[in-house]
Write a protein that binds this ligand. Structure first.
Ligand code: PBG
Length: 320
């Protein structure tokens, strides 16, 4: 009784309810996070709606729609009116993300407000840290990142997510938060963030393409998985509450390895390039967007992610 013709796996595939009974992986909207870009000038993106920029007023309207549709969590990215060497727009009290948080917080008390903590959208050169002698200076960058995270929390953020890949940033942020009585705010660390080609559409939207060099001096080499586990371990030692792997779809093996190694919440970032590829292929008539998106997101969950950051979150609210 252990093989064909006694065993027929097709029996449980016959009808939709039979398949549902034995389904191993489920997508639930409450584990999805919608990325949103806030900027001094709004910019709709018709081809890639997830890449649109919103003014603070437009953002309120968009979030209203998301919340009404059942979305429970968003992550904010900011594009400042001016960029400089010190990424002032990232950490100043009146920065664009801080303004957005102050506007959103009282109106949506239940919504989880996450923020991306990085300097690349705010530096004149587009790197994720401060440049000293032609290189991104680790420890000076950590100082500004900690200041940024603290200002986000003081403006109303529930969760801060550092995405810069400097060494020691989680410890720096944890200390800065705890010193100011923000010991209850969790840190979701972009622990295994790879130097990836799949961030292209994001960088267009955030206007954060490095003006010289690339990010391989701080983001991870796509060839490495053992190193990802070290990054995760160090971030947990420094006080990270949850880990993130990014991108998601080309790195399912990394998600799986991290899932097996650590019993902490794991996030995966279904990045702009993953979203854009499916959108472009669907536009060309080569595949169906909804089916391909649901399959991609299911694969990311199956690999071991608990929560997923995805530009399809708004659509998912309709699809699920
Ligand atoms: C900031 C940051 C980036 C993304 C998230 N946070 C860009 C980058 O590292 O160049 C990319 C997200 C996406 O592509 O959707 N450092």
């Amino acid at each position: 009784m252990s093989s064909y013709p006694d065993v027929r796996l097709r029996r449980f595939r016959r009808t939709a309810p039979l398949r549902a009974l034995v389904r191993e992986t489920h997508l639930a909207l409450d584990q999805f996070v919608m990325p949103l870009f806030v900027a001094p000038d709004g910019l709709r993106n018709e081809e890639l709606p997830g890449m649109s920029r919103y003014t603070v007023d437009e953002l309120l309207h968009e979030v209203e729609e998301l919340v009404r549709a059942g979305v429970q969590s968003v992550i904010l990215f900011g594009i400042p009116s001016e960029k400089d060497e010190q990424a002032t727009g990232a950490w100043e009290d009146d920065g664009i993300v801080q303004q957005a948080l102050r506007a959103l917080r009282p109106r949506f008390p239940e919504l989880v407000l996450m923020t991306d903590v990085c300097l690349c959208e705010y530096t004149s050169h587009g790197h994720c840290g401060v440049i000293v002698d032609g290189e991104v200076h680790n420890d000076q960058s950590v100082e500004l990142l900690a200041r940024t995270a603290l200002s986000h929390v003081e403006a109303g953020a529930d969760v801060v997510a550092p995405s810069d890949m400097m060494d020691g940033r989680v410890a720096g942020i944890r200390e800065a938060l705890d010193d100011r009585g923000c010991e209850s705010t969790p840190i979701l660390a972009y622990s295994a963030k790879y130097a990836s080609a799949f961030y292209g559409p994001f960088r267009e939207t955030a206007d954060s393409t490095p003006s010289f060099g690339d990010r391989r001096g701080y983001q991870m080499d796509p060839a490495n998985v053992r190193e990802a586990l070290r990054e995760c371990e160090l971030d947990l030692d420094e006080g990270a509450d949850a880990l993130m792997i990014k991108p998601a779809l080309p790195y399912l093996d990394v998600i799986r390895a991290v899932r097996e190694a650590f019993d902490v919440p794991i996030a995966a970032y279904n990045v702009s390039g993953e979203y854009a590829m499916v959108k472009a292929a669907a536009r060309a008539g080569w595949l169906d967007e909804r089916t391909a998106a649901l399959e991609s997101l299911t694969a990311i969950k199956r690999a071991g992610a608990d929560l997923i950051l995805s530009y399809w979150t708004k659509d998912l609210a309709q699809w699920l």
